[in-house]
Every structure is written in structure tokens, then in C-alpha cells.
Design a protein around this ligand. Structure first.
Ligand SMILES: *[C@@H]1O[C@H](CO)[C@@H](O)[C@H](O)[C@H]1NC(C)=O
Ligand SMILES: *[C@@H]1O[C@H](CO)[C@@H](O)[C@H](O)[C@H]1NC(C)=O
Ligand SMILES: *[C@@H]1O[C@H](CO)[C@@H](O)[C@H](O)[C@H]1NC(C)=O
Ligand SMILES: *[C@@H]1O[C@H](CO)[C@@H](O)[C@H](O)[C@H]1NC(C)=O
Ligand SMILES: *[C@@H]1O[C@H](CO)[C@@H](O)[C@H](O)[C@H]1NC(C)=O
Ligand SMILES: *[C@@H]1O[C@H](CO)[C@@H](O)[C@H](O)[C@H]1NC(C)=O
Ligand SMILES: *[C@@H]1O[C@H](CO)[C@@H](O)[C@H](O)[C@H]1NC(C)=O
Ligand SMILES: *[C@@H]1O[C@H](CO)[C@@H](O)[C@H](O)[C@H]1NC(C)=O
Ligand SMILES: *[C@@H]1O[C@H](CO)[C@@H](O)[C@H](O)[C@H]1NC(C)=O
Length: 593
């Protein structure tokens, strides 16, 4: 707890500076931001119509904007986090593995939290926000991004220890790892510790705000007036449901094993190019329970009898995380911050749970690239719906709860089906907070410190109810912004490979070994990928060196089992999509009206 005390001492010192500096500005009008990143969370939460029991996040979603088509830029932690925290894509951060720090390797880019910090915010990082280690300079980009050193839960050091009981009581380094928390080192788990520290930061910020008054109560007079409140940007990164699925054992009983269904497509699709397949080498090699399953390398799936137990533990770990989120939001409420705090919650990328015979992330499939994204803006996304919309929505939700349909509360909240990307978070949160929105980066962005390769989706949140909300046939609301003739019409993801044939590092090649890049694009109707030659010294792809192509029809083939890129009837579509993919994200940005 020494580290924590040091952090808190710093918080108090910095608050004093901020209070002094900002005493004449209108900082109280700037909202706080609670930025919640979840590791390896696919869009299978209850509020997304999925099997994960997530009452706390569902509750947040019911008064938030819930985005159904959010894509990440690369489906692995380090590159994805560096991308959304700098607001730039992997070809600009030049981070496709975990081995370099953008400031010295690509350009001295201003980050999202740094931008808030430079605009008078108190910024703090708890848990896994930046990918720790080299990828964030060895110190989570402190002090550039954070007002105080980043906090990492000390129990994270036990993540590969033999702490998971097998049936015979022996302890192992397993993926499936329900535990008694009281038996754990320090009698705790990483996310419990992150919750404690983030809650404590909120409480201490609240006390610092109102030094002579009870916490959470607004002051009436004097020096500690809320006008002098320095706003905060608190980033909290929960580790679960990242493997190992080490969680308090009571969460397992939420999912009786006989009620856990497995993927309908736990096989390798015949039309899948080898290069598209990821061999989940890390998990199958370094975890004892998975290693003992004798899965054939590279294409064998985990034997089917283990699929339900693995899903059960992924879901249970996610429900445990959901309970941590619930407690954090409760503290936000109790500290009096919830009506002036934007809450954003999302996954850093998705996860495959046996689909296509695959496990983990490391691919361009939609299960890896699509994530949940929930944005709560007090007084905006939680306004009650107008009655006609409410009734119509209620009826249509009753009518159709099919796969992929979100469960939306009919009373408040909104569902946004437009395409957005995690790289959009930087400009979006800047716009929502009323600080300078980083401009769109020029084509040579390496010397430009403040710019973004995303696009603010704040306009999608403007129309809240009534005239701007159109109810679609499928029960979704279509939010139209009058400022745009069309919204972003494609999102862009990518994944590197060391070669066309899976080998031990297919899942996570080091920069020097990357010879192929899979550039992938998601449009309303299609998911299209080209795997092309890539030079890791020049960071250039070679569009005339195409190793494989994939085309999936959204809607018709939700599970992406049928790659139809070679089907002559789609020749023209492939040509169009290939052109748009090569032109890149700039040509797909929203078009102002
Ligand atoms: C990067 O920018 C920061 C300010 O954002 C500056 O303090 C630092 O010296 C710069 N580092 C390099 C390597 O240019
Ligand atoms: C919050 O502030 C109090 C008083 O300064 C301090 O004792 C406590 O350690 C802080 N919270 C945490 C988790 O450090
Ligand atoms: C894996 O192989 C070992 C040694 O051949 C055997 O004891 C074990 O039962 C096998 N496990 C499975 C799940 O087939
Ligand atoms: C937050 O607190 C208020 C009372 O201050 C209460 O009415 C509201 O239900 C709480 N919201 C949540 C999500 O706990
Ligand atoms: C938040 O709630 C407090 C106490 O109820 C109130 O004084 C304050 O004006 C509210 N702030 C906003 C932005 O609604
Ligand atoms: C970026 O800066 C470096 C050194 O400061 C310079 O050599 C290079 O030409 C600049 N590149 C561009 C595109 O401006
Ligand atoms: C419900 O969803 C299914 C599958 O997506 C679709 O076939 C059906 O038309 C939908 N029904 C309604 C009433 O929208
Ligand atoms: C997206 O819009 C551009 C024009 O701005 C157009 O060329 C392209 O075909 C569109 N793509 C899709 C998938 O609608
Ligand atoms: C790109 O690939 C083509 C086809 O393999 C090859 O002929 C060409 O030399 C490559 N270009 C570069 C710059 O490597």
C-alpha cells in the first residue's frame, strides 16, 4: 500500500496546483471522464444479447449510448491500446507487437490522457490501461499522460503462478481458474485491488474538493466552491476476462455447465485461407490445462468436451469484472460525481471461443475485431424516450430477440448502429469535454504531435429523442445527424503474420518477423480482407503481392463461415471493396452535409 500512499500524496499536491491555476477558469463546466477499458471482452454482454450475465454494465447501458458496430484497429492488447490512446492507427504508431515505444520509434505523439492533462485535467491510470512495459516506455507513459504514476495491482505478478486447483486438489498454472479469494496471495485479485484504488481515488478527489464539508455534498460558500473543481480523467483497466480466468469461484455457479452452449461452427471453414487462421500458440503452450488437452498443432481445435468449461470460465470471469464495474459506478455515484462524469466502457478487442476452431484474439475475424462500447453522458444519453418511440420499441423488442439483437431498455438510453472505431475515442472524448479536438492527421503525420486518425462520433450522440430518432425494422434506432450526408462507411483493422503457413508465432509475430499484413475492412454489408506482402523495415505493404483474400456477407453469414471472395458472382464487389481498402480510412470518413 506504500505505492498507493505515494500516489495519493501526489494527488493532493497536484490538486493544490490545479486548484490554484484554474481558479479563474470555468473548469466546473468541464465534465469528468471515467474511462473503463476491459481486457479481451467480446461483444457478448447481456446488453448485447449475449450469454454473459452482466447486470451492472446492462444497467449502465440502459442510460447510455450502446454502439453495436465498434471495431478495433488491431486485435491484440498492446497495438490496440497504443492506437486508441494515441488516436492513431498501427501503421502510424508502427507498433504491431509489444516491442517499441511510439515516442522514440514513430513520433512524439500526444496521447488522449496527455491532452486532457494539458487542458487542466487531473489524470490517473489504474490497472491495465496502456500496455505496460516497453510499449509504453516502461512507465505507462508517465509523466506525459498521467498526473501521478500509474497504479498496477501487485497481485498481477501471480498471473502465471500455480494457484488453480485441479479436481484432485493439486495446484496448477491453468486457464480455467475459479478460486477462493481468501486462499490467494495477499487474499486478493488484481481487479479487486484496482477497484479499491480507483474507488479510493474518487473518494479522495471528492474530499479534496470539499475539504471542510462532508464528502459528496456541494458547498455553499467559500474557497472550496465547486467552481474551482479541477476535472478528472480517471482510466481504469480491468484485467478479466483475459486469461487466466482466475475469478472468485461463486461466479462459476451463475453458469451451470449444462446451460453453456458451444460454438455452432467449431471447425475450420474449408474456404479459410491458412494465413487468416491464428494458432493461439501462447495459450496452448504456456497453460497447463490447455497443454494437457493434446490439441494437434497448428489446425486442431481444443477437444469439444472442453469448449463448454472454457466458455463457462470466460463468462464467469466477465461477470466478476461486471461486479467490479458495478462497485466502481456505485462509488462514482456516492462521491457525487456521477451527474458530471462521462463514462465510457469498452473492450480492447474481442475473443474467439472455439469458433472456426480458434481461441483468443490475433485475427481479423469479427469476433476479434468487434467490441462492446458504451458511452454515458449525464443529461444526454439518459433522457427519457418520448412515448411513441418507447411503445414502438417495446413492441419490436418483444417481437425479436434473435442473435445479435441488442436488448435495449425502452425507457431511456440509445442504440447506435453506425460504424465507429476505437481510434475515434480521442477526438470524441475531446469534443464531448469541450477541449480542442485533435484535427485529422495529414498524410505524413509523424512530426505532428497533436492530430488523430479517428473521427469524433460525438455528432451521433446529439439527437437524443423525438424527431431525430428513427426506428428501423429490426427494432434498432437509427440516429441521424443533420450535419452529415453520410456517416463513416467503413472501418479498418489489420493483423500481421510471419508467413502464410501457421507456425509458433502466427499469433504474435515480432516486428522483424512480419512478412505479411492482413488489411481488413468492415462496411455495412461486407467484411473484406486482403493479406499482402509487408516490409517491416519500411513499414510498407505491397498491394500487388496479395497472398489471400476474404469476403464475408454480413447478415447472410453472421458467423463468417463462408469466404466468398473467389465466387465469380461477387467479382465486382471485390473490386470495389479492394479499391476502397487500398484508398484507406481517409476516403471512408463521414461526409459533411
Ligand atoms: C515529447 O514531447 C514532450 C511534450 O509533449 C516533450 O516534453 C518531450 O521532450 C518530447 N520528447 C522527445 C523525445 O522529443
Ligand atoms: C485517500 O486519502 C487518505 C487521506 O489522505 C489516505 O490515507 C488514503 O491512503 C487514500 N486512499 C488510498 C487508497 O490510498
Ligand atoms: C494427452 O496425452 C496424455 C499422454 O499421452 C494422456 O495421458 C492424456 O489423457 C491425453 N489427454 C487428453 C485430453 O486426451
Ligand atoms: C445514484 O444516487 C442517486 C441518489 O443520490 C440515486 O437516486 C440513483 O439511483 C443512484 N444511481 C445509481 C446507478 O446507483
Ligand atoms: C449534480 O448534483 C449536484 C447535487 O445534487 C448538483 O448540485 C449539481 O448542480 C449537479 N450537477 C450537474 C452538472 O447536474
Ligand atoms: C520530421 O522531422 C525530422 C527530424 O526532426 C526530419 O528529418 C524530417 O524530414 C521530418 N519529416 C517530415 C515529413 O516533415
Ligand atoms: C427477427 O430476426 C430474424 C433473424 O435475424 C429475422 O429473420 C426476422 O425477420 C426478424 N423478425 C422481425 C419481426 O424483425
Ligand atoms: C463509401 O463512400 C465512398 C465515397 O465517399 C464510396 O466511394 C464507397 O464506395 C463507399 N463504400 C461503401 C461500402 O458504401
Ligand atoms: C511487390 O510485389 C510484387 C509481386 O510479388 C513484386 O514484383 C514487387 O517487386 C514488390 N514490390 C516491392 C516494392 O517490394
Amino acid at each position: 500500500m506504500l505505492i498507493v500512499e505515494e500516489i495519493m500524496k501526489n494527488i493532493v499536491a497536484i490538486l493544490c496546483v490545479l486548484l490554484h491555476v484554474s481558479s479563474n477558469s470555468a473548469l466546473s463546466e468541464k465534465p469528468n471522464v471515467l474511462f473503463i477499458v476491459i481486457d479481451d471482452l467480446r461483444a457478448s454482454l447481456g446488453c448485447y444479447g449475449g450469454p454473459i450475465i452482466s447486470p451492472n454494465i446492462d444497467q449502465l447501458a440502459s442510460k447510455s449510448a450502446l454502439f453495436t458496430n465498434t471495431m478495433v484497429q488491431q486485435a491484440v492488447c498492446g497495438p490496440s491500446r497504443t492506437s486508441f490512446l494515441t488516436g492513431r492507427r498501427p501503421d502510424t504508431t508502427r507498433l504491431y507487437d509489444f516491442g517499441s515505444y511510439w515516442r522514440t520509434h514513430a513520433g512524439n505523439y500526444t496521447t488522449l490522457p496527455q491532452h486532457f492533462k494539458e487542458n487542466g485535467y487531473f489524470t490517473a491510470s489504474v490497472g491495465k490501461v496502456f500496455h505496460p512495459g516497453i510499449a509504453s516506455g516502461g512507465n505507462d507513459d508517465y509523466p506525459y499522460s498521467w498526473s501521478v504514476p500509474a497504479y498496477h495491482p501487485p497481485t498481477q505478478q501471480y498471473q502465471a503462478n500455480k494457484l488453480c486447483p485441479n479436481l484432485d486438489g493439486t495446484l496448477h498454472n491453468n486457464v480455467i481458474c475459479p478460486v477462493k479469494v481468501s486462499d490467494m496471495p495477499q487474499k486478493s485479485l488484481p481487479d479487486i485491488q484496482s477497484l479499491e484504488v480507483s474507488s479510493s481515488i474518487l473518494k479522495n478527489l471528492s474530499v479534496a474538493l470539499h475539504p471542510t464539508h462532508k464528502q459528496g455534498k456541494p458547498t455553499e460558500t467559500g474557497q472550496s466552491s465547486p467552481d474551482m473543481q479541477p476535472p478528472f480523467f480517471l482510466a481504469v483497466g480491468f484485467h478479466k476476462p483475459h486469461i487466466p480466468w482466475k475469478y472468485p469461484e461463486e461466479f462459476k455457479s451463475l453458469y451451470p455447465i449444462e446451460s453453456v452452449s458451444i460454438a455452432t461452427n467449431p471447425y475450420r471453414p474449408p474456404t479459410q485461407p491458412d494465413v487468416a487462421y491464428e494458432d493461439y500458440y501462447n495459450m496452448r503452450t504456456y497453460r497447463e490445462d490447455v497443454a494437457a488437452m493434446n490439441t494437434s498443432f497448428p489446425f486442431g481445435t481444443i477437444p469439444l468436451q472442453f469448449h463448454a468449461p472454457m466458455r463457462q470460465s470466460y463468462y464467469a470471469a466477465a461477470s466478476y469484472m461486471d461486479s467490479m464495474v458495478g462497485k466502481l459506478l456505485q462509488t462514482l455515484n456516492e462521491t457525487g460525481f456521477s451527474n458530471n462524469t462521462i463514462v465510457v466502457l469498452f473492450g480492447d478487442h474481442g475473443w474467439q471461443l472455439g469458433e472456426h476452431a480458434e481461441w483468443c484474439k490475433y485475427s481479423n475475424y469479427e469476433l476479434a475485431t468487434r467490441v462492446p462500447l458504451i458511452v454515458h453522458i449525464p443529461g444526454v444519453t439518459d433522457k427519457p424516450r418520448s412515448s411513441p418511440i418507447k411503445n414502438e420499441l417495446q413492441n419490436s423488442l418483444k417481437m425479436n430477440q434473435s442473435q445479435g439483437n441488442v436488448k435495449s431498455s425502452a425507457d431511456s438510453g440509445m442504440v447506435v448502429t453506425e460504424l465507429v472505431e476505437l481510434v475515434d475515442l480521442f477526438p470524441t472524448l475531446s469534443e464531448l469535454a469541450g477541449i480542442t479536438v485533435p484535427p485529422v492527421c495529414p498524410p505524413e503525420p509523424f512530426n505532428v504531435t497533436l492530430c488523430s486518425e479517428g473521427y469524433s462520433f460525438a455528432p451521433l450522440l446529439e439527437p437524443v429523442q423525438g424527431s431525430n430518432t428513427i426506428l428501423q425494422k429490426d427494432g434498432m434506432e437509427k440516429l441521424t445527424s443533420k450535419r452529415y450526408s453520410r456517416w463513416k462507411n467503413a472501418t479498418f483493422s489489420q493483423y500481421p503474420r510471419p508467413g502464410v503457413t501457421p507456425n509458433y508465432e502466427t499469433d504474435l509475430p515480432s516486428l522483424v518477423d512480419i512478412t505479411i499484413m492482413g488489411y481488413s475492412m468492415r462496411t455495412k454489408d461486407h467484411h473484406y480482407t486482403e493479406w499482402i506482402g509487408f516490409n517491416p523495415k519500411t513499414f510498407q505493404g505491397n498491394w500487388t503481392d496479395v497472398k489471400a483474400t476474404e469476403l464475408y456477407m454480413n447478415g447472410l453469414d453472421y458467423d463468417q463461415n463462408q469466404n466468398v471472395a473467389a465466387d465469380p458472382q461477387f467479382k465486382d464487389i471485390v473490386k470495389q471493396l479492394s479499391y476502397q481498402l487500398q484508398m484507406g480510412w481517409r476516403e471512408s470518413l463521414p461526409v459533411p452535409a
